[in-house]
Write a protein that binds this ligand. Structure first.
Ligand code: SAH
Ligand code: MG
Length: 190
């Protein structure tokens, strides 16, 4: 069933998680018995559906600001009968107020805002909670000489590099980086 979503994403260029990255994240959820998840960036609901399907006790709250994506996510979640396990919030993540605690916060939205998302939502982590971020390699562009990049891409790459430095230098959290899928980091509070 999920391959229908993968196929749709491919055809409509929706940037859902890459296969290996998705498997890596699902394995993390399973091994660490994650139960509550806050996701920034729903798109069509693919990763939320995959995460919720790991175990019936898991609840995912996911935030999406794009109206078309939001509508599609709602529809897909219904198709998978996961309405009880997934709550979609239709709002800009930088504007929404979330109170409640999550074992896992998954950042997978606008790359330029990753530091802001991290700073904003770290208060919503449970004691041993984790922040996982996706797309830190940005298709390998992060490792490419800057003069080879277009202006737009260069801006985003710089923002991502800033986020990576922010994580490396962070004294409150320790982060591990994995070059799996499109590049994933796992940050835990010290
Ligand atoms: N997690 C999804 C993919 C998300 S793609 C999956 O793997 O299946 C990124 C999504 O984040 C896009 O749909 C975009 O509209 C949304 N987004 C970007 N910035 C956002 C913000 N500030 N608040 C809410 N959603 C945002
Ligand atoms: Mg992603």
């Amino acid at each position: 069933m999920v391959h229908v979503l993968e196929e749709y994403a491919k055809q409509h260029q929706v940037p859902i998680m890459q296969k290996e990255g998705m498997e890596f994240l699902l394995q993390y959820i399973e091994e660490n018995q994650v139960q509550t998840i806050l996701e920034i960036g729903t798109a069509i609901g693919y990763s939320a559906i995959r995460m919720a399907t790991v175990h019936p006790n898991i609840h995912v709250t996911t935030i999406e600001r794009d109206p078309i994506m939001y509508e599609q996510a709602i529809e897909n979640i219904k198709k998978f009968h996961l309405e009880k396990q997934i709550t979609v919030i239709y709002q800009d993540a930088m504007e929404v107020e979330i109170d409640g605690y999550y074992d896992l916060i998954f950042i997978d939205a606008a790359k330029a805002q990753y530091i802001k998302f991290f700073e904003k939502f770290k208060k919503n982590l449970t004691l041993h909670g984790t922040i996982i971020s996706d797309n830190l390699d940005f298709h390998g562009l992060v490792f490419q000489p800057e003069e080879e990049l277009s202006k737009n891409v260069k801006g985003l790459v710089r923002k991502l590099k800033k986020y990576i430095s922010f994580l490396k230098e962070n004294t409150e959290f320790t982060t591990l980086f994995y070059h799996v899928g499109d590049g994933i980091s796992i940050s835990k509070r010290n």
